[in-house]
Design a protein around this ligand. Sequence first.
Ligand SMILES: NC(=O)c1ccc[n+]([C@@H]2O[C@H](COP(=O)([O-])OP(=O)(O)OC[C@H]3O[C@@H](n4cnc5c(N)ncnc54)[C@H](O)[C@@H]3O)[C@@H](O)[C@H]2O)c1
Length: 435
Amino acid sequence: MEKMNVQPATGKLGVLCVGLGAVATTFMTGVLMVRKGLAKPVGSMTQYDKIRVGRGAEKKYLHYHEIVPMAELKDIVFGAWDVYPANAYESAINCEVLKEKDINPVKDELEKIVPMKAAFDRDYAKRLEGDNVKDCATRWDMVEALRKDIRDFKEANGCSRIVVLWAASTEIYVPVCEEVHGTLAALEQAMKEDDRRHVAPSMCYAYAALAEGAPFIMGAPNTTVDIPAMWEMAEKTRMPIAGKDFKTGQTLVKSGFAPIIGTRCLGLSGWFSTNILGNRDGLVLDEPANFHTKEVSKLSTLESILVPENQPDLYTDYYHKVRINYYPPRNDNKEGWDNIDIFGWMGYPMQIKINFLCRDSILAAPLCLDLVLLSDLAARAGRYGIQRFLSFFLKSPMHDYTQDEVPVNHLFQQYVMLKNAIREMGGYEADEEID
Ligand SMILES: NC(=O)c1ccc[n+]([C@@H]2O[C@H](COP(=O)([O-])OP(=O)(O)OC[C@H]3O[C@@H](n4cnc5c(N)ncnc54)[C@H](O)[C@@H]3O)[C@@H](O)[C@H]2O)c1
């Protein structure tokens, strides 16, 4: 197979995080600590995973960077926007995810990451009170101001490339409105007319990133890049987009566990998932309009793995419920419970209980790193638009619903897509099929 023309990863890679909260600061601190040899990037596919390339006598297992040119951690420069003015060191301490002993060795570097003023609208996250916010007359002004931030950051830090990662709070649910979100021209018009109901601040970040030649990744469940207008923008600027919602705790388990039920042709009558968490994310999600965005994203996982139309005897009318409860004492240490009601031979019922005592940001940080590095790779490989191979990292993978495309939620099918994309970009055959 002919090798794809992947540009080398030369120069610095600017990683601009929207939001400088628990996830972003855990990600940044970890990368800086790893760079100093003081921590290990556990959970990161780009740093640990090996992919088989070639067959038979030619067979080899290689790290991603041995197959394709990946940016190195030493070349990353971090920046951020946030509603609150705390720098990355202060924020990391406040979030209480990491112990001070794991933050202090990179204190100097973290203190230099001072958030730029946020493009923010309180109607989109009522529980946030910060005042480190841009004063913009219209959504279009927000875009212009963000574009300037990106250009200034790139120049000031001598970056050759930028990736923008949304690690900010979940906004209220913005349903897709064909009239505004259907085409790029309509979206731009709405931004200029300051249509605040249909244009979320996150859309301004995404638009600004793409306009400045930077891939955009949506780590929250916001529908920001799930609209045809943004796909058009990504095609026009030939930039990759990925989303949405980091697949970290409960949904990771769900997308890995549901295939056990499906593969053994067991039946499902119900799946009840509940969580408690007490960080700022939990606080924002305590607001019903913000929770709804998360709920839609979390509920979509099972539907494409256990499909009633394919197996009516096994999966018709199963009851699927997801709850998140704000419970401050647990902070970032989320606890998730899954109760799964299955049935077997002759319809006899059984139950499975899963209790995951996880750490939200510890699970999210390696995903941030992988999504950033792989989006940068995709851009250098000339891949643009929706990056389906990144579905592995995301709870509610992007798909073209206007063409009735069904997203792939099955963790192991997603892993095949990831491996095949790396193989293809490295000039090897994509040799595992999803059937
Ligand atoms: N940690 C996980 O396991 C996980 C999994 C999936 C998705 N997520 C999502 O990742 C996001 C970040 O989570 P977190 O735990 O770091 O939350 P957090 O509340 O600690 O941090 C989010 C930060 O974003 C800032 N912010 C909000 N709106 C902004 C805007 N318009 N511009 C700039 N900054 C803005 C807030 O001030 C806050 O500091 C959330 O949307 C969460 O739902 C997290």
